[in-house]
Design a protein around this ligand. Structure first.
Ligand code: NAI
Ligand code: PYR
Ligand code: MG
Length: 479
């Protein structure tokens, strides 16, 4: 099982090879024997006696790299010059940049994009602030904001360490949906200060994507910002995840011939994602949801210091099942993991109802690996890109923000989220649906467009869209 490095990591090994002492075949065999998979070879320098080659090798984790390096070090005639990790190389200097939309070629251009010409545009916005949507980057720009307290499943690693994830989200926003996104990591974990700061920077943005902020603080932060700002605020780990889980489940239950509303669902990790996912399932008609955190199942009648869990205990687990995950999982149709590595055991899957559906979504290491679950599971999904059925909020946030920016929605309603889930599920046709394909690929271009359309439609229906659509404009012309 690949660890933090992820299954697709590769390293580039630079070797100086003494031609008379060793053949490349011997080197390739040594790498192969150590379990490395050579994916590319480049000659970077050659002389009469030596060649220098960059060999790109797929590895599973840092220990694997070590064993390949020691195998190479033992070959006479080979000198190891350098080992570089491609993942780190892709992060050198960060992953995104700001580029102007037009060049400033002369003084005339300068006087338009900057002073004095810009002043007229400033005053137009001053007189009618809604013009900021059409005359500034606000129209197409989202802030991706984290305090670094719940970064992936890595925990409270701080704002600097959270940046690579936020930059990654910004890349995905742009590549998938053409949305310009700024990664912003705050050096405060104080709820009031976060709310104040986000409100203070909001004028330049058309939407706020909160990311990797730990629960229960994330609930208050999001709720207050939704109520106090007039642009959509969306905590991706809650709602993006819940939308994609529902999309996956709609297709998974279809495949196994069950009705979602009749299923017993056990969710482990009752934090940001677990609570939002539960709310989404309740909205979709599921009644028997049991939440399990570190101390066991959440049951009504118990007292919880976390107010979100008090709500949870009053609205879930109708049969008041108590105990550890291994107890409440018995007879469950669906397991959803939003907690941490290795929480679900193969025996637990064995004890589920027929045709078990397991979504083990902790990142980067899931609650159970597909290999462990394989003998007993019918449908298996993870949050990772190196296994089939990747349930990841990247299937939701680009399309949902594309939709809300395009119709200038003031908020994202439950109807818009349900519409997004159904849109994602609909990308997988009846003919295509199978155990290894319940959710479209992240690279399926149909996803963003379908989510955008469904979200805009629901926004108009919910009355939160502020930009008149074509239908309204036609009606207005006929009035
Ligand atoms: N695949 C995807 O798209 C997404 C996956 N996730 C993953 O879900 C996990 C949780 O994320 P958040 O809800 O944002 O974090 P969070 O910090 O708000 O909540 C995590 C919850 O899991 C509980 N937990 C941790 N270890 C546990 C264990 N061994 N047994 C039972 N409960 C345990 C914690 O007590 C906490 O209540 C992370 O691993 C994250 O990477 C989160 C969002 C999206
Ligand atoms: C995917 C994601 O947002 C997370 O694991 O936190
Ligand atoms: Mg996240």
């Amino acid at each position: 099982m690949a660890g933090l490095n992820g299954g697709g990591t590769s390293v580039i090994v630079r070797l100086e090879i003494h031609k008379e002492l060793v053949t490349f075949g011997k080197i390739a065999t040594a790498i192969g024997d150590a379990g490395g998979d050579i994916v590319a070879i480049d000659v970077t320098r050659a002389s009469k006696t030596t060649t220098t080659r960059d060999i790109t090798v797929k590895v599973s984790d840092p220990e694997h790299t070590e064993s390949i390096v020691s195998a190479l070090n033992e070959i006479p005639g080979v000198r190891l010059i350098n080992v570089s990790d491609q993942t780190f190389l892709m992060h050198l200097g960060g992953k995104i940049e700001v580029t102007p939309k037009m060049p400033i070629k002369n003084r005339d251009d300068l006087s338009r994009v900057y002073t004095p010409g810009v002043a007229r545009v400033c005053m137009a916005i001053h007189e009618d602030p809604s013009k900021a949507h059409s005359l500034t980057i606000k129209r197409n720009t989202v802030a991706v904001i984290s305090d670094g307290t719940a970064v992936l499943g890595l925990g409270n690693i701080g704002p600097e360490a959270a940046m690579p994830v936020m930059e990654g989200k910004a890349m995905l926003f742009k590549q998938m949906a053409g949305v310009d996104a700024f990664p912003i990591c705050l050096d405060t974990q104080d709820t009031e200060e976060i709310i104040r700061t986000v409100k203070a920077i909001a004028p330049g943005f058309g939407g706020i994507n909160l990311e990797d902020i730990s629960s229960p603080r994330c609930f208050e932060i999001e709720e207050r910002l939704i109520n106090e700002l007039d642009i959509p605020v969306f905590h991706d780990d809650q709602h993006g995840t819940a939308v994609v889980i529902l999309a996956g489940l709609l297709n998974a239950v279809k495949l196994v011939g069950k009705q979602l509303a009749d299923c017993k669902v056990v969710i482990t990790g009752i934090g940001a994602a677990g609570i939002a996912c539960t709310k989404m399932l309740l909205a979709a008609g599921v009644t028997n949801v049991i939440g399990v955190d570190r101390q066991g199942a959440i049951v009504s009648g118990e007292s919880y210091s976390n107010s979100a869990w008090t709500w949870y205990s009053e609205n879930t687990n109708p049969f008041r099942q108590s105990g550890l995950l291994s107890e409440v999982i018995v007879g469950a149709d669906i397991f959803i993991g939003l907690s941490g590595p290795g929480v679900l055991k193969a025996d637990d899957v064995k004890n589920m109802a027929a045709d078990p559906i397991v979504f083990a979504m902790a990142n980067p290491t899931p609650e159970i690996t597909p290999e462990e679950a394989e003998p007993y599971v019918r449908v298996m999904a993870t949050g990772r890109s190196d296994y089939p059925n990747q349930i990841n909020n990247v299937l939701c946030f680009p399309g949902i923000f594309r939709g809300v920016l395009d119709c200038r929605a003031s908020r994202i309603t439950q109807e818009m989220k349900l519409a997004a889930a159904k849109a994602i599920a609909s990308v997988v046709s009846e003919d295509e649906l199978n155990e290894y394909y319940i959710i479209p690929s992240v690279f399926n271009h149909a996803v963003v467009e379908k989510v955008r359309e469904a979200v805009m439609e629901a926004a108009y229906e919910s009355g939160v869209a502020r930009r008149r659509n074509q239908r309204d404009l036609q009606d207005a012309n006929h009035e």
